[in-house]
Design a protein around this ligand. Sequence first.
Ligand code: GLN
Length: 264
Amino acid sequence: MKKFLSMALIAAMTLSLAACGGNSGNEADSTGADNASSDKTYVIATDTVFAPFEFTDENNNFVGIDVDILAAIAEDQGFKYELNSLGFDAAVASLESGQSDAVIAGMSITPERQEKYDFSDSYYDSYVAIAAAEGSDIQGLDDLQGQTVAAKTGTQGASCAESLKDQYGFEIQYFDESSLMYQDVVTGNTVACFEDYPVMAYGVSQGNGLKIVAEEKDEYSTPYGFAVLKGQNSELLEMFNTGLANIKANGTYDEIIAKYTSAE
Ligand code: GLN
């Protein structure tokens, strides 16, 4: 019941953010009725606030590395899609329930996830960082004893926090959105948060009021991939991989990364 309600909510809140793609390709398709037409519009789910991968800019446009890479690949491969900004956990849930065909959300390729999803070739490398409020005296994991930290539900950051919780003696409070998690740390409710390094480094450079105090590179170094349900939408996955290779070869990929990561 709860799941049903939350899915209904997601459906209600779903924003149709982009529909893109050129002429439909002539994909030979034998995977089922709903793929029979090359006019298919794929439903792709993403996070809400995960800059520089997806976020709303000052002009109220939904932008980012994931958003632009997907647009470039769809154009290259000639497929249509609708991008829905749901939040990370909700995006993954929508994939599992069949409401979405794929997820692109700075989603880490992990062995556990590979049991349930097929991932594209990776398009970015990441690991987990721990950040505290700029002025706080938290210097690292040892200072978290007896404290509460913030993590985002269903993420690698949360898994990392869960794996260190007992060793360092802290509690975890969960958030659905990265921005809410940062805010909680800035206001001093929780003393630190666990977030992907590229995202936290970008946020710090934008003056989000946090500082990075520790990095978990060993177990939590994971590349990002585009995910579909295992065994499903293989034609979409193939187009993504081919398109990714093409935009890497023609310089578009590098331009997109530079656009969002180089200092102004
Ligand atoms: N890379 C992390 C994961 O896959 C976080 C993704 C996100 O918060 N959008 O769990």
